[in-house]
Design a protein around this ligand. Structure first.
Ligand code: ADP
Ligand code: ZN
Ligand code: ZN
Length: 732
């Protein structure tokens, strides 16, 4: 008689390996994919997620048995498991790491999946005589009962403690007498008013009417319109329809776009609880959102990129706001693009994706050629107002003062004098990007990176913006000992100081990564900006996100020329997006705005194009160029990057991979770039080189990669050399 066949579970573990692990399942256990188990691993234990169950041969050597099943019910639905599997496969990322993205931290660590609801106490009806008796015999219980009467929603342990001090024994007494009950409540902010919606404009209404009949199927709907043109109201109108049908919605926003005002607006409009998920939340808050969305008690989840992997009973719509924003691309850990995974998830579920932007990504513009992608325009701002007109300021013949040409400075003075607000954009934080000795030419270089240190004057320190390492600003030259150390170039910190001296009568507010981390004081400052008094706003790329600046009447762009020198193939696209985003967030106060763009190349077609402010016209030559060069989005790319203890080691390992590619020959139309040293070869003490493949389509890219898969999926990473794979990288 043959032994009964046993069941074998295949598990994903949070390890950087492209492999699943088999374990014997305990006898009689009916485990479903999506549960977590404690698994013996090495000399200890690890938490793994069951991904499939198979009949198998349990005599296999070394097959261990699951130590413990941690969940009675799957934590991840079949559809999220399928999505994670697709993402792992498409992006060539380890399945365990992708799956663990879908779980909150406590669950990754193997803690029990507890209910995120909490206990509240409510009063039960009592007659007058009983209450009088209670007041005489148990005054503490009587006081507790009166407190409960004030809050018919129920009181939490925290508010009972606050009002009554030591309350537990009194509450036990009330429950025993049948005068109070405890129940589980959802930890949700529930808006108290009826949903309130504006009447849509004709343009908005037309878009809603075109998309509405398509809500029951997959499709990619791109809404293009400047800030303030009413995109969010269109999302809300569509979301309401999906929610009314009993389904859920995920809305993704860029890292910094998630402002409390936005969330409040969603709650108010929808009259329903709205959950949040972003990295600034505590682990407990994230857990609560994850759990409540999964149980379907709140119909909307708003979050940054990883919110996309959240589970829910019946997802009906995904919205990606500011879809061009680079923060949707995860640059470390598991590498994926949230917009693209959103499209995939929608396709798997047969639901629509709504993308919104004033400056759609080249990918989304390119996708418009596909059947499932459509575009809708919002051409007018609600309530009028126009983005400021862009003029070029030729700085080829002049020497700017602190980055500002005299004409720019006089325009600043004029606008402030007229009661306006001014925004100056400079994409470089810190005080000065170069620190050097005028005696011997010494420059402050990072010891770990091929990069200069930036002077941060307020800290009197030099900081590397690539690895974060710091050291004090030297008083004398470390090489020759001379005292002639000077700084060159201008960062936002210096610009802020200069403008403060030049225009002492108005506040100067700086927005960059250094000030945003102290966000409380910043939001107070932004509040003054919203009141409309004259002020100057100075900042980096961050100005192009999240906030609107309705009272700005002058925008100055200080260093547009950087993009012309950049070797980043998306530099022009990024410049166009930034300039149009920054200017588009300004000037809604009715007074006609002005934008001045400083450039030493005013005849350059890109600069000329910017003055016409027509995004599609600006992007056309860029898309054409990408097509000619065979670059994304007209092609698909993968980058293999190795970082090692020496450049030779890094190149050698990539040469090995290149050799394998050569041995098989590349499919038609596939190109190889490299191995070459990465642009910044040394970073955080490691030397980096890369090899990229470009293919006309995904199928050919996969075909080209095929011979490499064994090496890529079982990389022999040693401390000395690490391989990173990026599919659809932003840079090559
Ligand atoms: P976007 O998302 O394109 O920046 P919003 O949807 O936020 O635009 O709209 C900009 C402003 O105009 C918001 O204050 C919004 O409440 C208001 N608004 C939008 N649509 C309407 C409408 N149909 N009626 C009245 N106000 C509207
Ligand atoms: Zn020196
Ligand atoms: Zn560094």
């Amino acid at each position: 008689m043959s032994p009964p066949r046993r069941r074998i579970g295949r598990f994903a573990l949070p390890l950087p390996v492209h492999q699943e692990f088999d374990y014997r399942l305990p006898d009689g256990a009916e485990l479903q994919p999506g549960v977590r188990c404690r698994l013996p691993f090495g000399s200890g234990f690890k938490t793994g997620v069951l991904v499939s169950v198979e009949d198998g041969d349990d005599d296999r050597d070394g097959l261990k048995t699951v130590a413990e099943c941690l969940d009675a019910q799957p934590l991840l639905s079949a559809s999220v498991l399928a999505l994670a599997r697709w993402a792992a496969d498409y992006y060539l990322q380890p399945i365990g790491e992708v799956l663990f993205l879908c779980l909150p931290k406590a669950l990754r660590r193997g803690q029990p999946a507890r209910d995120s609801r909490f206990t509240v106490w409510r009063p039960l009806p009592a007659d007058e005589a009983a209450l009088q008796a209670l007041a005489r015999r148990a005054p503490k219980q009587h006081a507790a009962y009166l407190a409960l009467l004030d809050d018919p929603q129920g009181m939490s342990a925290a508010s009972l403690r606050e009002q009554l001090g030591d309350w537990r024994s009194a509450m036990r007494g009330l429950v025993a007498r049948g005068l109070a009950e405890s129940l589980q409540a959802e930890a949700l902010d529930w808006p108290q008013q009826e949903p309130d919606f504006p009447t849509l404009t004709a343009e908005q209404q037309a878009i809603v009417e075109r998309i509405e009949p398509q809500l029951d199927r997959f499709g990619s709907h791109l809404i293009q319109g400047v800030t303030g043109s009413g995109k969010t109201e269109v999302y809300l109108a569509l979301m309401r329809r999906v929610i009314d049908a009993g389904r859920q919605v995920i809305l993704l926003a860029p890292e910094i776009g998630l402002t409390p005002q936005l969330v409040e607006r969603f709650r108010r409009r929808l009259g329903r609880p709205v959950l949040l998920s972003h990295s600034a939340q505590s682990d407990a808050e994230r857990y609560r959102s994850w759990d409540a969305f999964r149980r379907g008690v709140a119909p909307v989840l708003i979050g940054t990129r990883s919110a996309l992997f959240s589970d829910c009973p019946d997802l009906g719509l995904i919205v990606v706001d500011e879809e061009h924003d680079p923060s949707y691309r995860q640059q470390d850990g598991v590498r994926y693009h949230a917009r693209d995974v959103a499209l995939r998830r929608a396709q798997q579920l047969g639901i629509p994706v709504v993308l919104g932007s004033a400056t759609p990504s080249s990918e989304s513009l390119y996708n418009l050629r596909r059947d499932h992608a459509q575009r809708y325009w919002l051409r007018q701002r609600v309530g009028g107002g126009r983005p400021p007109a862009i003029e070029l300021l030729d700085v080829s013949q002049i020497k700017p003062v602190c980055g500002c040409s005299p004409r720019l400075l006089s325009a600043v003075g004029r606008h402030l004098g007229d009661g306006g607000q001014v925004l100056l954009f400079l994409n470089r934080r810190g005080y000065a990007p170069v620190v050097m000795c005028h005696q011997c030419g010494w420059q402050a270089q990072c010891h770990q990176c091929d990069a200069r240190m930036t002077l941060h004057q307020s800290l009197n320190r030099l900081i590397c913006h690539h690895c974060g390492s710091q050291r004090p600003m030297p008083e004398t030259c470390p090489d020759c000992g001379a005292g002639g150390i000077r700084h060159h170039g201008v960062g936002t910190e210096q610009l802020e100081e200069f403008l403060g001296q030049r225009f002492p009568q108005v506040p100067v507010i700086r927005i960059d990564r250094d000030t945003v981390s102290r966000s409380r004081s910043l939001s107070v400052q932004l509040e003054t900006l919203h009141q409309g008094q004259p002020a100057i706003l100075v900042g980096t790329q961050m100005l192009a996100k999240g906030h609107d600046y309705p009272h700005i009447s002058l925008v100055g762009i200080l260093d547009a020329d950087q993009a012309l020198y950049s070797s980043f193939y998306r530099a022009s696209e990024r410049l166009i997006q930034t300039v149009l985003q920054v200017t588009g967030r300004a000037g809604r106060s009715g007074r006609p705005g002005q934008a001045l763009l400083q450039t030493a190349f005013p005849e350059h077609p890109l600069m000329q194009g910017l003055t016409r402010e027509d995004y599609d016209e600006l992007m056309q030559p860029i898309l054409k160029e990408r097509q000619l060069l065979g670059f994304p989005p007209a092609a698909r790319a993968v980058t293999l990057q190795v970082d090692a203890l020496s450049l030779e080691d890094a190149l050698q390992r990539l040469n090995g991979l290149a050799g394998q590619l050569d041995a098989h020959g590349l499919p038609d139309g596939v190109r190889r770039i490299g191995p070459i040293p990465a642009l910044m070869t040394r970073r955080i003490g490691r030397y980096r080189a890369q090899l990229s493949l470009l293919a006309p389509d995904v199928a050919r890219l996969r075909q080209a990669l095929k011979p490499l898969l064994p090496s890529l999926l079982r990389p022999r990473n040693r401390a000395g050399s690490r391989l990173t794979i990026e599919v659809d990288p932003l840079d090559l």
